[in-house]
Design a protein around this ligand. Structure first.
Ligand code: ZN
Length: 270
């Protein structure tokens, strides 16, 4: 028999919460650790669609990449978007766990997977964990924010974009930089990761692969001579949420585990 608590413990070992950014809100956010669990759904974000799906399909625990709640709450009513979702899930007895930036940065986390998806070698964190001893026994220098590494042979920016499109099964990405430019040293940082531009420059990277950055960060990268590949926030992380469902299914074969079948990227190409 598995419980909210035992699944949370597994997730804490997989993506140690001490790796999360200071501003983040990770771990078991809603629920009773003693409650038994038979059905688990992973998703990138809790939305009306993914919450409805969880209720309709009898889910006991949602593992959502993006935390809900994220900010401190002073009241919990159905009069706000967050409150409505939380009330609906709590009324349905659904626990919520979010690994978020701990999952970005952990040993088998999103950024490591992105680095492997483009066959980077000699991969290290862009921002290594500051003090191993303060972070607990489950954290070491192979973990941290973003990753950087080296391609086996120089690859044109356009070809690297093609590699990412194939890995993530997406049709389009956005580029900053000359498509024919050859690259060797590449950084990856999922989600909205403009803050990783400076660490990427400091690590001698010629390109940064991320989900999204601001227009001004694009200009900053261009001025610094660093190419950008912008995958879209959703595409840069959603694949790993599907992978996390597989990890949980393997660790807990008695459970029914799946990645949300209803959540979609709110951004559409038109
Ligand atoms: Zn994100």
């Amino acid at each position: 028999m598995h419980t909210v608590g035992s699944i949370s413990e597994f997730l804490e070992a997989y993506a140690p919460p001490s790796l999360a950014e200071d501003w983040d809100n990770v771990g078991l956010l809603v629920g009773d650790p003693g409650q038994t669990v038979q059905r688990v759904m992973t998703c990138l974000t809790i939305t009306p669609e993914s919450a409805d799906e969880a209720i309709a399909d009898g889910v006991n625990m949602i593992v959502t990449h993006h935390p809900l709640p994220f900010r401190p709450l002073r009241r919990l009513t159905t009069e706000s978007h967050e409150g409505r979702l939380l009330w609906q899930l709590m009324s349905g007895g659904v626990a919520i766990y979010s690994p978020h930036t701990a999952f970005d940065s952990c040993r088998r986390g999103i950024n490591r997977q992105l680095a492997e998806g483009i066959a980077l070698r000699d991969v290290h964190p862009l921002v290594p964990v500051e003090n191993e001893s303060n972070n607990g026994a489950d954290v070491d220098v192979t973990m941290g924010g973003g990753r950087h590494g080296t391609l086996d042979a120089p690859l044109e920016l356009a070809a690297l974009a093609g590699r990412l499109k194939a890995f993530l099964a997406v049709d389009r990405v956005q580029l900053v930089g000359e498509p024919t430019r050859a690259l060797r040293r590449v950084a990856v940082a999922c989600g909205s990761a403009g803050t990783f531009l400076q660490p990427a420059i400091a690590a001698g990277c010629e390109a940064l692969v991320t989900g999204e950055v601001s227009f001004h960060t694009c200009l900053e990268a261009q001025a610094a001579g660093v190419a950008l590949i912008l995958l879209g926030h959703y595409a840069s992380e959603r694949f790993a949420v599907a992978g996390l469902a597989d990890v949980l299914a393997e660790a807990f074969p008695e459970l029914s585990v799946w990645a949300s079948r209803h959540e979609q990227n709110p951004l559409q190409w038109y």
